[in-house]
Design a protein around this ligand. Structure first.
Ligand code: AMP
Ligand code: ZN
Length: 136
């Protein structure tokens, strides 16, 4: 999807109103309209990049620093007991809006938020194959 038809472009640039927690020249941080838990927020760059692969290194670095700043302040405000910082790339990985964003999901006792996976076991063949492919 191009930037012109992208809802997060419109939100990030203030064309569509949002519950904005923070804004600077590069990013807007908003409350998610379908929160996983109370205070679930999204970091949106103001420019359109579909995913992390496309995000310039400089913005990627700034986004992580901003995530740290936001969860530090939000944790105090919300009184949550933990945070998940989640970032989906690709439909198979759960991405539904193809404008890069970082989820900041506060965690509370017994909140029922379903993030996680069943741990498998790293096989010798997978380990060797991946290490070999990453050398190329
Ligand atoms: P993802 O599945 O990682 O692409 O996340 C997209 C997120 O955007 C979901 O958590 C949605 O609830 C949220 N979302 C979609 N549209 C809006 C909107 N207009 N304002 C705020 N959050 C939105
Ligand atoms: Zn966009």
């Amino acid at each position: 999807m191009s930037g012109e038809n992208c809802i997060f472009c419109k939100i990030a640039n203030g064309e569509i109103p949002s519950a904005t927690l923070y804004e600077d020249e590069d990013f807007r941080v908003i409350l998610d309209l379908g929160p996983a838990s109370k205070g679930h927020a999204l970091i949106l760059p103001k420019k359109h990049y579909p995913d992390l692969y496309a995000l310039p290194d400089e913005l990627a670095a700034k986004a992580m620093v901003l995530a740290k700043k936001m969860i530090t302040k939000l944790a105090g405000a919300l009184g949550c007991e933990g945070y998940n910082v989640v970032q989906n790339n690709g439909a198979l990985a759960g991405q539904t809006v193809f404008h890069f964003h970082i989820h900041l999901i506060p965690r509370y006792k017994d909140d029922g938020v379903g993030l996680g996976w069943k741990a498998g076991k790293l096989s010798d063949s997978d380990r060797d194959e991946i290490l070999d492919k990453m050398k190329k």
